[in-house]
Structures are given as C-alpha cells and as structure tokens.
Write a protein that binds this ligand. Sequence first.
Ligand code: F6P
Length: 202
Amino acid sequence: MKAPVQHGESEYNLSGKIGGDANLSPRGQQYARQLPDLVAMSAGSRKLTVWTSTLKRTIQTARFLPFEKLEWKALDELDSGVCDGLTYGQIEERYPADFAARDDDKYNYRYLGGESYRDVVIRLEPIIMELERSEDILIVTHQAVLRCIYAYLKNVAQDQSPWMEVPLHTLIKLTPRAYNTDEERFKANIPAVSTWRGETST
Ligand code: F6P
C-alpha cells in the first residue's frame, strides 16, 4: 500500500496562513499521538517505511510512528514565494491580479518567487520513481504535494488536481491493482480546520 497523509493541524492552519514552518497545534499533536493506531487500522501488522518532508509539521506528525523514517526535501510544501506567511484574504488584497490568475489556471500559476503545481510535479519525479518500486510506504506531507501524488496514483486530470479536497487528520490508503488503484480513507476523530479553498471562497 501507499498511504499519503497530511501533517496534523498546524499553528499556521489555525490562523489561515499558507507556507511557513510552523509547529503542530494542540489538536495536531493529538493527531500525531493517534496516528500509530490509525496506521495499524489501515495496514495491520505490516512494517511500513515513513517518508516526511523536511518541515517541522510533518516530522512532528510522524514522531510516534514505530517505523524507519526518511526526510525528503522534495516533499516540502509548494513554495508560495512572496505570499509565504499570508492568508488567502491578504493575498487577494495585496496581489489581486495574481490571485485571480491562480484561480484561472491553478495548475500552471507560479507564485512570484515560488512554485506552481507543475513545478511541484517535476520535483516529485524521484519520489514517484521510488514510490513505484517500493511497497508499504506512508508519506506524511502537505496539501499541494499530497494532491500531486494522489493525482498521479489515481490518474486525476491536471486541471482538477489542484482543487481536490484532501482533509487534515485523514489517512488515504491507496492500493495499486492491475487496472486501477483502490482507495480507502481512515479519519481520526479529532477536529481540524479546513484548509480547502473553493474557486469562489477566500
Ligand atoms: O493551507 C495549507 C497549505 O498547505 C499551504 O501551506 C499551501 O500554500 C496550500 O495549502 C496549498 O493549497 P492551495 O494550492 O489550494 O492553495
């Protein structure tokens, strides 16, 4: 199985800020403590390898998992450049044209001084190659990166992938089969803010 999860709720998630390298919120820490049970529910007694990004919120989320862990820079969140640390509302106010351009073509839009989804897909190539030849990997990463990995494994169209809802505190178990990929979701019973932004909401 290949199981992507997002980090637990972070302090930045609570204040609606994007990017950064924040610590987990108290609820995020609770999720980290519950994650070993969620993993046992989805993987049974299989021995997994855990991949995290190099950012604190994924490392803290994986902290209690009793498996070998590997940090990948390529799993860091999409770089939001000059918008790092801002809320969507602040971005819309300070960079209205950019904000609209991102909504028009979210896959190709590249933040000023940062990345686009297309850029992230390219930097994920080594991860995807390693993932293809590995069994039983748990990937603790970030919203945009998770969307890209999920879209690859589930064959989601490029224009749709950046808009997918991938909630916090939810483990997605993906099992590749001959012609498709089975999916099961395991949700922890710990509330979290929604980090999903629809095409019309800020
Ligand atoms: O809000 C959490 C977050 O991981 C941000 O750090 C990141 O910029 C954003 O999600 C990516 O989601 P979207 O591409 O929908 O803005």
